[in-house]
Design a protein around this ligand. Structure first.
Ligand code: BGC
Ligand code: CA
Length: 349
């Protein structure tokens, strides 16, 4: 049997393959949805990590906490050794921890940070993520520097940066913190601002395109766009292109976050001004290593995990884009060998 199973769980629990084969350890992974570019990168990296280690099974929760809760119960019933959970709703982490604690199956949360009081419920619950405030700060500082060195960016010449913000999902720590610290960095760098539009596009390209279209219809004075992730930045660029921007000298500075391949390509082509690398590779590796140690009954620490631990947290730094970022990306995109019993439920991400 292959070391790795990638399974898209459809609607029913009966689609579950068997999790554990006899005494072999197995790590169960549940992600919030299957069509999120950043999360798919993380899953790819977890998959490539598992080639030389404990096998993983991956399920996607169709953006429904109910589906995810049932999936987790299914994983527990099947006797998985540990879990990596990318919660649909991070405020539901408390219930997830309770379930796992009862079954004595330790877990690592990833990307969607549980509330502190939930993390306190069990000392075998861990979190791996990135400090979203730093991402917002980096984006804001870049925007401020660009604004100061490009006087032509002040299209109406009033000394004020008129801009719009495309936020990620409401309640996601990354939406809140990236926005807050982006604004703080602009203020600290003395940039006077006017927000002409702000709304959530739920991390999605299509929603961002529609939102940007409505901003452009409402106001023709927009001078910059900050999107909480790259997919939404690309959606904004779609709308801008459609409206004639980036053609004949009409340039709009658009900033995103994540450093996914498509965004790096858009940067190279001159559409995206800037993005920050949300390090999917190291987040995946840290989560997988913690889950592996937990699966073997060990207590993870900085030395065994290979990343500095802050209690039960690992924070992976954001990075500047460097030349070569595109070519260095990505584990193999993936692997599938699925038992016949679940042949109706398979898809590679
Ligand atoms: C990423 C987004 C992604 C979200 C999913 C964020 O950290 O920047 O691109 O959609 O996580 O939870
Ligand atoms: Ca202006």
């Amino acid at each position: 049997m292959a070391r790795l199973l990638i399974i898209l769980i459809l609607t029913s629990l009966f689609a579950f393959p068997s999790c554990s084969s006899d005494e072999e350890p197995l790590i169960a992974v549940s992600v919030f949805r299957s069509d999120d570019a950043f999360i798919n990168d993380v899953v790819d990296w977890i998959a490539s990590e598992s080639h030389d280690g404990i096998p993983v099974i991956v399920g996607e929760a169709e953006n429904s906490q109910d589906v995810q809760n049932r999936m987790i119960s299914g994983f527990l019933d099947e006797g998985c050794s540990s879990m990596i959970i990318n919660c649909v709703d991070r405020t539901a982490a408390g219930l997830v921890i309770e379930k796992c604690r009862k079954a004595d199956v330790p877990l690592v949360f990833l990307n969607r940070e549980p509330l502190k009081e939930d993390m306190a419920k069990w000392d075998r619950a861990y979190y791996v993520g990135a400090r979203a405030d730093v991402c917002g700060e980096m984006a804001g500082e870049y925007m401020a520097a660009y604004w100061k060195s490009h006087p032509e960016a002040d299209r109406n010449g009033d000394g004020i940066l008129q801009f719009v913000i495309l936020r990620g999902e409401t309640g996601h720590q990354d939406s809140e913190l990236r926005t807050e610290y982006f604004l703080k960095a602009l203020a600290e760098n003395g940039v006077r601002i006017e927000r002409l539009g702000e709304g959530s596009a739920n991390w999605q390209r299509g929603e961002a395109r529609a939102l940007m279209e409505s901003f452009l219809r409402a106001d023709d004075g927009i001078e910059a766009v900050f999107a909480n992730n790259d997919m939404m930045a690309l959606g904004a660029i779609d709308a801008l292109k459609e409206a004639g921007w980036f053609d004949g000298g009409q340039y709009m500075p658009v900033i995103g976050c994540d450093g996914i391949d498509e965004a790096l390509e858009a940067m190279e082509q001159g559409y995206l001004l800037y993005t920050v690398i949300n390090d999917s590779e190291n987040q995946a590796r840290a989560a997988y290593r913690i889950a592996s140690l937990l699966a073997e009954g060990k207590i993870p620490d900085s030395a065994s995990v290979g990343y500095g631990m802050d209690g039960r947290y690992v924070w992976i730094p954001y990075r500047e884009v460097s030349t070569g970022s595109i070519s260095s990306s990505r584990g193999s995109r993936i692997v599938t060998d699925v038992p016949a019993s679940s042949s109706d439920s398979i898809v590679t991400p």
